[in-house]
Design a protein around this ligand. Structure first.
Ligand SMILES: NC(=O)C1=CN([C@@H]2O[C@H](COP(=O)(O)OP(=O)(O)OC[C@H]3O[C@@H](n4cnc5c(N)ncnc54)[C@H](OP(=O)(O)O)[C@@H]3O)[C@@H](O)[C@H]2O)C=CC1
Ligand SMILES: CC[C@H]1OC(C)=C(O)C1=O
Length: 331
């Protein structure tokens, strides 16, 4: 049995190293442009695992607007070199750990936003691929109750929602307005404001068909921006979370001394904008809320999109009408 055990460990090692190919299938682009013009599906190298990284066999990924803004060259000044495999959000299983990794092991189901800094040197080899390498400090252990598709839908958006609410200094019992409450970030910001921060009143904006979803997510007031201008309503808020780029209007409805946090677009004082930093500790902090069901992933019902339908997925996301997240699964 000892020999068999040694053989099986040796075989397992050989098999595990054999199961990690040097080339993989992925979506990539070699020049900036539109999805249909520049996105290609083909073979790219499997990234080398650095000492502080793990290699993930990807099961699902999700798209974010930063993926298409980057692909259009909007952040080329601080981008990593081309060719680029897009994708920040990933879920999957660890198949190799770097020599300095201490908190994760082969076989763990994990998820992450793979780029610590979304605009400043994001990963060249992203998540819309069969394998991707991610630093240990960006990883979270997947909540036990979530599918790979549900987990992949979360990292960048939920970390943005959490960081934005923390930066806005939202306090228990305060009131908040979330602009674009049905979007990828907004759908999580509504939930976190209500169920994690304990806001006394959460208002949110969306178009007519999405108002019921806002209520289901925990919004006390759902404002149909196609019929009502929130800036003309009497309500004033301690915090306004702007996920649309309407800071000039947002500052009109914040209380004296309140905060207006913007994700995009020009800012009008006292509004401020930030860029999300990927942190595994944020996923750990939210894990109990996800496992209890207090916070739920929202996946656009047009998806998940298959690994062969990434151009369709981008085309849909770029309409600006997504409800929750656009997910690519299975990979
Ligand atoms: N600074 C940062 O670190 C980050 C910035 N961002 C940015 O934040 C923005 C939102 O990101 P994300 O949530 O992923 O985007 P989404 O693509 O998920 O947003 C789509 C949603 O926006 C809603 N929407 C569009 N216009 C309006 C409007 N005028 N009022 C209310 N709702 C509206 C749509 O609802 P409807 O169909 O009802 O209009 C739809 O549900 C993007 O510009 C993104 O680039 C995102 C993450 C991080
Ligand atoms: C400056 C905001 C920019 O950063 C991210 C992550 C986006 O989606 C943006 O538009």
């Amino acid at each position: 049995p000892v020999v068999r055990a040694e053989v099986s460990q040796e075989t397992a090692t050989r098999v595990s190293s054999m199961t990690i190919p040097s080339l993989q299938k992925a979506w990539y682009y070699e020049e900036y442009g539109s999805a249909k013009d520049v996105l290609k599906f083909g073979e790219v190298p499997v990234p080398e695992v650095q000492p502080d990284q793990v290699l993930i066999k990807v099961h699902a990924a999700a798209l974010n607007p930063v993926d298409f803004k980057r692909r259009l060259g909007k952040f080329k000044a601080s981008d990593s070199p081309l060719p680029t495999v897009p994708g920040y959000d990933v879920s999957g299983v660890i198949v190799k750990v770097g020599s300095k990794v201490t908190s994760f092991k082969e076989g763990d189901s994990v998820y992450a936003d793979v780029s610590e800094h979304a605009l400043d040197g994001p990963k060249q080899w992203g998540s819309i691929a069969q394998y991707t390498a991610v630093e240990e400090k960006l990883l979270g252990l997947m909540p036990k109750n979530l599918s790979f598709a549900e987990a992949a839908s979360l990292p960048l958006a939920i970390e943005t929602a959490l960081e934005g609410l923390e930066r806005a200094n939202l306090k228990e019992g305060q009131t908040i307005l979330v602009l674009a409450g049905a979007g990828g970030v907004g759908s999580l910001a509504v939930q976190i404001a209500k169920h994690v921060f304990g806001a006394s009143l959460v208002a949110a904006t969306a178009s007519t068909s999405k108002l019921e979803l806002l209520k289901q997510l925990g919004a006390d007031i759902a404002i149909d921006y196609t019929k009502q201008k929130y800036e003309d309503l009497p309500e004033r808020y301690d915090v306004v979370f702007d996920a649309v780029g309407e800071c000039e209007k947002a500052v009109k409805v914040v209380k004296e001394g309140g905060s207006v946090v913007a994700l995009t677009g020009a800012v009008t004082p006292p509004g401020f904008r930030f860029v999300v930093t990927s942190k595994g500790e944020s996923l750990s902090k939210l894990k109990p809320y996800l496992e209890s069901g207090k916070i739920k992933p929202v996946i656009d019902p047009k998806g998940p999109f298959g690994f062969d339908s990434v151009i369709d997925a981008f085309t849909y996301l770029e309409t600006g009408r997504a409800t929750g997240k656009v997910v690519i699964a299975p990979i």
